[in-house]
Design a protein around this ligand. Structure first.
Ligand SMILES: [Zn+2]
Ligand SMILES: [Zn+2]
Ligand SMILES: [Zn+2]
Ligand SMILES: [Zn+2]
Ligand SMILES: [Zn+2]
Ligand SMILES: [Zn+2]
Ligand SMILES: [Zn+2]
Length: 513
């Protein structure tokens, strides 16, 4: 979510007290409270240099976008609508490139798109011969109306066409590139033919696939990744080349955040998209097995591949490089002579060197685990968010009943939970960032920011857990929570601002990414 633009107004000092006696909230101020809690949907205003603007589109708007382009090309090139669509899809909706190629060599452009030789689908029906036709696929005889051929004149029975088209759409998920059944014929099957032949369900699936391909082909569109959400995000400010400097976090109309850059289904600020990919891969590879590895394996001192100890024998042979060594001292087995049953060589040079290498690779695993455990801890907290909200809602009811506070007046608690949850997401990713961060003077600033936010969130979490007893304590708690929530928000914005601005100014440098 983009920040709400009023960071400068955050007060967390004692002078804030006066604000609380303001019980006379009139009806005109009510919409402000609602606005503050339901973030702006349409065209989020650009507030920070690292924020992007975006629009949320419906599927119908995406269909309209395509039809508009098709109509334009149809009249410019004087071709049927379905041909215009096939041409546009072939030229990945780049109508300038299409027009250039078309006017340069129309026959070549049509052939490249799978529309050669040019003929309208209607000219064929008029010249249809009479009598019976033997379908080359199923070898059955049909009268001509039960058969079909495109401009390429490859005729088959409709049953075979239906089976073929249904299989392509349902089985293989193909849409824009379905070709003639004749092997080697590159003629593309037109939209209206498919709609005419296949069942309603399959035709629907076909059009969904066409729309999905349109969105996938467009660098400025992305489906919302959240389950059951059918909105599409449009953003022209986050092209791939910018993703080294931007983390284009946007919010869908379904209420959830996503990253426009990589499609991650939540905010992963302040971490760059490609680092998130590296991290996810590393976690998938490492985290499940990391603890187990730590206890049960060692790395071969010759080739660094991981070796599992099985059984009680200390004589290990690396499966990969066949190096024979001792599990206890890591030294070469050849120096152990006949004392295979026990190792008493812990101080030999060969063993010390080998253990050094071992220690290095252990240290890198431990470094990873240090960051991963902190990352995972926040990830785990996020799973309890719903419960956190429920508990808070109960408290809000309690405060309305026993503290004589209005609905509006207890919203501070929900806003505090919002702040905690937002900050935890940022903290979570800050550990991934720290893992990949090369140590320099920016690292210290980053880690200071991280620690300050971690503490602020901890304190606010503690306050939100407090029990409410009497009216006096409610007033005090409300004040404390509001102040602390404002402080969390402020620390959050500072961490975000320093880091995201740092990308734009390229003051953060990556380690071995
Ligand atoms: Zn047939
Ligand atoms: Zn054909
Ligand atoms: Zn959505
Ligand atoms: Zn991303
Ligand atoms: Zn080895
Ligand atoms: Zn053995
Ligand atoms: Zn040994």
């Amino acid at each position: 979510m983009s920040s709400d633009g009023d960071n400068d107004d955050f007060l967390y000092e004692d002078e804030y007290d006066d604000e609380f006696d303001q019980d006379d909230i009139d009806s005109t101020s009510e919409p402000d409270v609602y606005d503050a809690m339901s973030p702006a949907m349409e065209e989020a205003p650009q507030k920070k240099p690292y924020d992007v603007s975006w629009k949320v589109k419906t599927l119908q708007e995406i269909i309209d976008m395509q039809n508009k382009e098709i109509t334009k090309v149809q009249s410019l090139l004087e071709v049927p609508a379905s041909s215009a669509a096939i041409l546009l899809r072939h030229y990945v909706w780049n109508s300038e490139k299409l027009q250039e190629q078309f006017w340069n060599d129309p026959a070549q452009a049509l052939e490249a798109a799978g529309l050669s030789p040019p003929s309208s689908p209607t000219t064929h029906t008029s010249t249809q011969p009479t009598g019976v036709f033997e379908c080359p696929i199923c070898c059955m005889e049909y009268d001509y109306p039960s058969t079909y051929s495109m401009g390429c004149d490859h005729r088959f029975c409709k049953d075979c066409w239906i089976e073929y088209l249904s299989g392509k759409i349902k089985g293989e998920g193909e849409s824009a590139k379905i070709q003639c059944m004749e092997s080697g014929c590159k003629r593309i099957v037109r939209e209206e033919i498919i709609d005419d032949l296949v069942t309603h369900d399959i035709s629907k699936r076909y059009h969904n696939l066409l729309n999905a391909a349109f969105v996938a082909d467009s660098p400025t569109l992305r489906w919302c990744p959240h389950p059951n959400c059918e909105y599409i995000i449009e953003c022209s400010q986050a092209p791939t080349r910018m993703l080294n400097q931007l983390v284009p976090t946007v919010q869908c109309k379904c209420g959830d955040d996503l990253c426009f850059g990589c499609g991650y289904s939540a905010s992963h600020r302040p971490v760059l998209c490609r680092i998130v990919k590296l991290w996810e891969k590393k976690c998938a590879d490492d985290s499940e097995t990391a603890n187990w590895l730590q206890a049960n394996t060692k790395e071969c001192s010759k080739c660094q591949s991981t070796i599992e100890k099985n059984g009680g024998c200390n004589h290990m042979t690396c499966k990969k490089c066949k190096w024979e060594f001792c599990w206890v001292c890591m030294g070469p087995w050849s120096e152990h002579g006949t004392s295979w049953y026990q190792c008493n060589r812990f101080d030999e040079k060969s063993g010390i060197d080998a253990r050094d290498t071992q220690a290095k690779s252990r240290a890198s695993l431990e470094r990873y685990l240090h960051y991963f455990n902190r990352w995972a801890n926040h990830e785990h907290s996020a799973k309890l968010d719903a419960e956190f909200y429920q508990k808070t809602e109960k408290k809000m009811e309690q405060m309305q009943n026993s503290g004589n506070l209005s609905w509006i007046e207890v919203q501070f608690a929900k806003q505090a939970v919002d702040a905690v949850i937002k900050a935890r997401i940022t903290l979570k990713w800050s550990y991934c960032m720290a893992f990949y961060l090369k140590r320099n003077n920016m690292t210290e600033l980053f880690e200071d920011n991280q620690r300050d936010l971690e503490r602020a969130v901890e304190n606010l979490g503690y306050l939100l857990e407090q029990n409410i007893s009497d009216t006096d304590s409610i007033a005090k708690l409300r004040q404390d929570i509001t102040n602390q929530a404002a402080y969390v928000q402020k620390r959050h914005d500072i961490l975000m601002d320093d880091t995201l601005r740092g990308y734009l100014e390229v003051s953060y440098s990556a380690g071995d990414w």
